[in-house]
Design a protein around this ligand. Structure first.
Ligand code: FAD
Ligand code: HEM
Length: 390
């Protein structure tokens, strides 16, 4: 909780900081990487720096956290903190790094605000930073403690590789050393670390799409022709190749039983859904599950066979599909055009969304308009979460 001394300063300066934070964060990252170039080797994504999404996500998270302190004292944006903590732990962020981020962030704030940053305002925002940092550190410690090993990455060997859809590949890995393996949960992801052509390592997150409860890791990676990492995975990784995988993280986990489930996905966003359906089927779940999937056309749908097989084993599951083009397939309750969620929603539904942001904006709006409260709409963003903060 914010101290009474800081409260009026934060309340008074929140609008200006919220407005300026988007121009402060690029300056912060420039300072951070100038002082610590090693953070660009296997921790931060340089693409997320170039396309601006990481700056946006950081700025948004600070503005949201401070707004909570002022507008909802005694509470915290738990979903957002958990999301950041799961991402941090998958990358091995350590408590000792928080003072480094503090220094460069506050140097950037001081440069941006100039004389307007009085000592009282600086102290008040320092308090906000450390409240948020300590909230994250606490969750992160808990997440690290749940793992079967104390490492961040372990080597895993590629043992199977199969194409799926038109531009995605399913990759299965087995441990390449004796590091104890944490049992994952459906919906969780791993960070994958690999050297790029210039020798610098990059990291990306991939949802476990299959076999989540086994001592192997399977991911399904869509090729992004404008991207850095997925082309390397697609073009350079061969059977027997060893890469680094983190322990599993992420809290978009679906329980085997409970109220009716609506899972709405588009494109490669079906990976958490594919894993969840497979696990629900393996546990003999009788939950009412409405699976909705949208894709460009039937052939572009990744993991289609796996998902159909799982749905076939789940007595409570039904499927509806939407395709933008091509002939509509038989037997998949297929329609042309964009997904319509309304018919799938019941009053007590838990809704899970994953896909491109425009898709999630559209279906989330439909769910809210149908009366589903925001806390029952769960989602995964395949990149820095610029959505939650907005
Ligand atoms: C929790 C989570 C789970 C995920 N699960 C999956 C999954 O199951 N399957 C999957 O395929 N993906 C998944 N992703 C996405 C994945 O992590 C990568 O983001 C994706 O593979 C693209 O990576 P890339 O390196 O190829 O592209 P990046 O290099 O990260 O580029 C991404 C985009 O940034 C832009 N960009 C890149 N470089 C520049 C530049 N120099 N200037 C301007 N813009 C630029 C381009 O528009 C490009 O398309 C997940 C992400 C998260 C966070
Ligand atoms: C209070 C301090 C901090 C805040 C508010 C914060 C906030 C965030 C947010 C909002 C994200 C995006 C999460 C998402 O994917 O949606 C993120 C990612 C990240 N954070 Fe932090 N963070 C903090 C401290 C740190 C520290 C100390 C480090 C260590 C150097 C760090 C390293 C990272 C990295 C590497 C990513 C992923 C970036 C990428 O994928 O490009 N963060 N953080």
């Amino acid at each position: 909780m914010l101290s009474p001394k800081s409260f009026p300063f934060i309340e008074a300066t929140l609008p200006i900081i919220a407005e300026r934070i988007s121009s402060i964060t690029p300056n912060f990252y420039n300072r951070l990487f100038a002082a610590h170039p090693e953070l660009l080797d296997g921790i931060f994504s340089r693409s997320n720096q170039k396309n601006g999404t990481q700056q946006q996500a950081l700025a948004g998270s600070i503005a949201v956290f401070a707004t909570y302190l002022v507008k909802h004292p005694g509470t915290a944006p738990e979903t957002m903190l958990a999301r950041v903590a799961h991402k941090h732990t998958s990358l091995g962020v350590a408590e000792e790094q928080y003072p480094i981020v503090y220094k460069h962030l506050f140097d950037a704030i001081a440069e941006d605000l100039g004389d307007a940053l009085t000592p009282e305002i600086a102290d008040a925002w320092t308090e906000v930073y450390w409240l948020m940092a300590h909230a994250l550190i606490k969750i992160e410690k808990g997440l690290y403690a749940q793992q079967a090993n104390a490492g961040i990455y372990a080597p895993w060997k590629l043992v199977e590789r199969a194409e799926t859809g038109v531009d995605s590949v399913i990759l299965s890995f087995e441990p390449a050393d004796g590091t104890p393996v944490t049992v994952a949960k459906p919906g969780q992801f791993v960070s994958v670390r690999m050297p790029m052509a210039d020798g610098l390592r990059q990291v990306r997150q991939y949802t476990l799409s299959n076999d989540v409860e086994h001592a192997r890791r399977t991911i399904t990676v869509k090729l992004d022709v404008n991207g850095e990492f997925s082309p390397v995975i697609h073009n350079n990784l061969e059977i027997g190749g060893v890469i680094e995988l983190s322990n599993p993280y992420g809290d978009l986990v679906i329980d085997n039983e409970g109220s009716p489930l609506v899972i709405a996905t588009a494109g490669i966003g079906c990976t958490p859904s594919a894993a969840a359906l497979q696990t629900l089927a393996a546990h003999g779940s009788t939950r009412k599950i409405t699976v909705l999937h949208a894709d460009q056309e039937i052939t572009t749908w990744p993991l289609r066979e796996q998902m159909l097989e799982s749905i076939g084993k789940l007595p409570g599951a039904t499927l509806s599909t939407w395709f933008e083009r091509g002939e509509l397939p038989e037997g998949l309750n297929a329609q042309s055009g964009y997904m319509d969620l309304a018919a799938a929603l019941s009053e007590d539904a838990q809704v899970y969304l994953c896909g491109p942001l425009p898709f999630m904006n559209a279906v989330r709006t439909q769910a809210l308009e149908a009366g589903i409260p925001a806390e029952r709409i769960h989602y995964e963003v395949f990149g820095p979460d610029v959505w939650l903060a907005a």
